[in-house]
Design a protein around this ligand. Structure first.
Ligand SMILES: C[S@@+](CC[C@H](N)C(=O)[O-])C[C@H]1O[C@@H](n2cnc3c(N)ncnc32)[C@H](O)[C@@H]1O
Length: 264
C-alpha cells in the first residue's frame, strides 16, 4: 500500500524529487508538477534556450506529413501542462474539438488561464485525466498528442496502449520527447548542459528537486529504436522517429491499428 501522507523523496530545499523506484512515483510526479506549475512554462523556455518554441510546431508539421487525409475532428492532448501544445493544435486544426488533459490540477488551471489570456477559441476544452486510465471511449479521437510527458509515466507501454485505445483505426499518436542526441560528441556538450547547468539553474531560480529529477528521467526513457519497439508492442502499426535539434528531442509518430498490408 502507498502511504498517501508520506512526503516522498525531497531535495535539500524540501522540493519534491520523484524516485522512479519508489511505489509513490506517480503521486510524487504529480506533487512535483503541482510544485512547479506557476513557473513551469517560463523555466521551460529558459532551460531550452527558446528551442521549445520551435519543437512543438515542427512536431505538428511532422504529424501532418504522417497522418492520413481524413478530417481531424477530435484531438486529445495528454499531459497538457500549461497547454502550449493543445493551443497550437487547436489553432492548426480549426475544425477540430481539442481536449487538453493532465493529471495535475494546478497545470489544468494554468492551461485554462493561458487559453483565456491568449483568446483561444471555445472548442478547446480542459480536464483532469491520467494517461494510464483515460476516461474516453475506444476510438474517440482522430489524433492523440503529448509533449514531454513520456519520461514521467510509471508504465510507458501501458500508457501508449491506452492512448492507442482511444484513437480511431488509422488515427495517429504524436509523442514529442527529450531524447539522447544522435552524435556522441554533441551528446557530451548536451549532457554538460542538461545534467549540470539546468539543475543548477533550476535550483537557483525555482526548485532543486524537479531539476535534479529532469536528467534522471531521460536516463530511464528507452532509446529511439526501443521506443518504436514499445509502440509496436502497444498495438501500433506504422511508426516513425524523427529527431530534431541533433536528436535533443524526437517526434515519435504511430498510427493506431495493424500495419497496412504490403502491396505486391
Ligand atoms: C514536462 S510537463 C509537459 C507539459 C506540456 N505537454 C508541454 O509541452 O510543456 C509534463 C506534464 O505531464 C503531466 N503528467 C505526467 N504524468 C502524467 C500522467 N500519468 N497522466 C497525465 N498527465 C501526466 C504532468 O502533470 C505535467 O503537466
Amino acid at each position: 500500500m502507498v502511504d498517501a501522507s508520506s512526503p516522498g523523496r525531497t531535495a535539500p530545499d524540501g522540493s519534491p524529487y520523484p524516485d522512479r523506484a519508489a511505489p509513490t512515483f506517480e503521486r510524487d510526479v504529480r506533487r512535483m508538477f503541482t510544485h512547479i506549475a506557476a513557473r513551469y512554462e517560463w523555466f521551460d523556455h529558459v532551460a531550452s534556450l527558446g528551442n521549445d518554441y520551435l519543437w512543438r510546431p515542427r512536431a505538428v508539421w511532422d504529424l501532418d506529413r504522417f497522418r492520413d487525409d481524413r478530417p481531424v475532428r477530435r484531438v486529445l492532448d495528454v499531459g497538457c501542462g500549461t497547454g502550449e501544445l493543445a493551443r497550437l493544435v487547436a489553432r492548426h486544426y480549426p475544425g477540430a474539438r481539442v481536449f487538453a488533459s493532465d493529471f495535475t490540477r494546478a497545470m489544468v488551471v494554468k492551461a485554462e488561464e493561458s487559453a483565456r489570456r491568449h483568446g483561444e477559441r471555445p472548442s478547446l476544452d480542459f480536464g483532469r485525466a491520467n494517461a494510464l486510465r483515460l476516461p474516453f471511449a475506444d476510438g474517440a479521437f482522430d489524433l492523440v498528442t503529448n509533449a514531454f510527458v513520456a519520461r514521467n509515466l510509471s508504465d510507458l507501454g501501458g500508457a501508449l496502449a491506452e492512448m492507442g485505445r482511444v484513437l480511431r483505426p488509422g488515427g495517429v499518436l504524436l509523442t514529442l520527447e527529450i531524447t539522447e542526441p544522435v552524435s556522441a560528441s554533441f551528446g557530451r556538450v548536451f549532457h554538460a548542459y542538461f545534467d549540470r547547468v539546468v539543475p543548477w539553474l533550476g535550483a537557483a531560480v525555482s526548485s532543486a528537486g524537479p531539476y535534479r529529477y529532469l536528467p534522471e528521467s531521460l536516463k530511464t526513457l528507452p532509446s529511439r529504436s526501443a521506443f518504436l519497439a514499445t509502440l509496436a508492442a502497444s498495438g501500433f502499426g506504422r511508426t516513425a522517429a524523427l529527431p530534431q535539434s541533433f536528436g535533443i528531442v524526437t517526434t515519435f509518430l504511430a498510427a493506431a491499428g495493424p500495419p497496412a498490408p504490403q502491396s505486391r
